[in-house]
Design a protein around this ligand. Structure first.
Ligand SMILES: [Zn+2]
Length: 389
């Protein structure tokens, strides 16, 4: 049930005091409109009965979602600067058995919890991401920094956070969901177990509490390495998103230049469709090959997933051909090493390309084109990953 109470409140504009109805508890399962009123903060907004100016009232509110088994208690300090609990609050765990019980100390935090729950996340997971990101970017743990929403681009989800949401200098921070999941997920169970509360069973889950929990369970020393493990940058993901498109246009453009510089016979350049397909795949492979030499395995994996999704969208045979190219290059390099033959990645990529363009193994004369062809793709994409390019 939702409950209101009459409270005597002073208008900050004209200083006259009047009685206003304030919600004490909001059951959003019974009264769904209250969820929207909390999110828009209109639930806390009063119009002065004397001067008609509007103002927000900071009052306690128990937000209760029966359907999702989720309670957040917004509590403000009393005149003595203390958080005072209603009798029986400590037994809430029995009343709300199995519930997610949270305590927050301002409206923004309450709104954030509702958004986290709305989007199907766990707040320990989100606060851990916020903590790592804050430490990495030197964002003070005491300054406002809130989860706002998740945006979807094709199959990838991006988490959007806002720092200083009310200020003019409010900044959006975006993080790739899968990238951060890879970093944070393994820590969440230990952090959850190590969280402590001054108001049991009500838990305060903030960046600071997460940091304390990590110190308690001996994970704090890992934070430095966690920072370095953070997922790929948004720029890298963006480049991964357009890699296949980029490789296709390079394939098309290189048809003329390859003919001129490499003197490739017409037999392999006249089938434009064939050329575009195999040069695109070899280009994508060359791009990932150069990236693999520059970034951590974790980042490489995340970028790779994005690229493969796009490859599959582009052509149903795309991923299969990529795997074939990868296998061919690996085998060639391995056997060359065993036989102590000098062979570069450019040779192997170019050779795979020639085999597929000819539809057979090329003759020794024809094979001469392999190195410049593979080298051209490796050079093109090595440049491409450089930040800011
Ligand atoms: Zn007034």
């Amino acid at each position: 049930m939702s409950k209101g109470t009459q409270a005597l409140i002073q208008c900050p504009h004209c200083l006259s005091a009047s009685e206003y109805n304030c919600w004490v508890s909001a059951n959003v399962t019974v009264s769904p409109h209250l969820r929207q009123e909390v999110l828009s903060e209109s639930l806390f907004w009063k119009e002065c009965k004397n001067c008609h100016e509007g103002f927000n009232v900071n009052h306690d509110l128990l937000y209760h979602d029966m359907e999702k088994q989720f309670c957040v208690w917004l509590k403000y300090e009393n005149a003595a600067g203390e958080i005072e609990f209603e009798p029986g609050a400590e037994r809430a765990g029995q009343v709300f058995n199995g519930y997610w019980l949270r305590i927050v100390f301002d409206r923004e935090e309450l709104i954030e919890k509702i958004k986290i729950d709305r989007d199907g996340y766990d707040d320990i997971f989100i606060e851990t991401i916020k903590l790592f990101h804050s430490l990495k970017n030197e964002i003070d743990l005491a300054t406002p920094f809130y989860y706002d929403r998740t945006t979807q681009r094709k199959t990838r989800k991006t988490l959007v956070f806002l720092s200083e949401p009310k200020e003019a200098e409010s900044v959006e921070h975006t993080l790739d969901l899968n990238g951060v999941k890879g970093v944070v997920d393994s820590y969440v169970p230990q952090i959850s177990a190590a969280l402590e509360s001054d108001w049991p069973p009500w838990m305060s889950v903030t960046r600071r509490e997460i940091l304390l929990a990590m110190e308690r369970c001996g994970l704090a020393s890992r934070i430095g390495s966690v920072e370095r493990e953070e997922g790929p940058s948004a720029e890298l993901i963006e480049k991964a998103e357009i890699l296949v498109t980029m490789a296709t246009s390079i394939a098309i453009a290189s048809l003329t230049s390859a003919e001129q510089n490499l003197e490739l016979p017409e037999t392999i350049t006249e089938d434009v469709e064939n050329w575009n397909f195999f040069v695109t795949v070899a280009g994508v492979f060359a791009a990932l090959y150069t990236l693999g030499k520059k970034v951590s395995d974790r980042i490489f994996e995340t970028v790779g997933i994005t690229v493969f999704e796009n490859l599959a969208d582009w052509n149903p045979q795309g991923s299969g051909a990529f795997a074939d190219c990868q296998q061919f290059v690996e085998n060639s390099l391995n056997s060359a090493r065993d036989e102590q033959i000098e062979l570069t990645a450019a040779d192997a990529i170019g050779m795979w390309l020639l085999c597929n363009l000819y539809g057979r193994f090329p003759s020794p004369e024809e094979s001469a084109a392999a190195r410049p062809l593979g080298g051209f793709l490796l050079d093109t994409f090595a440049e491409w990953w450089v930040e800011g390019n």
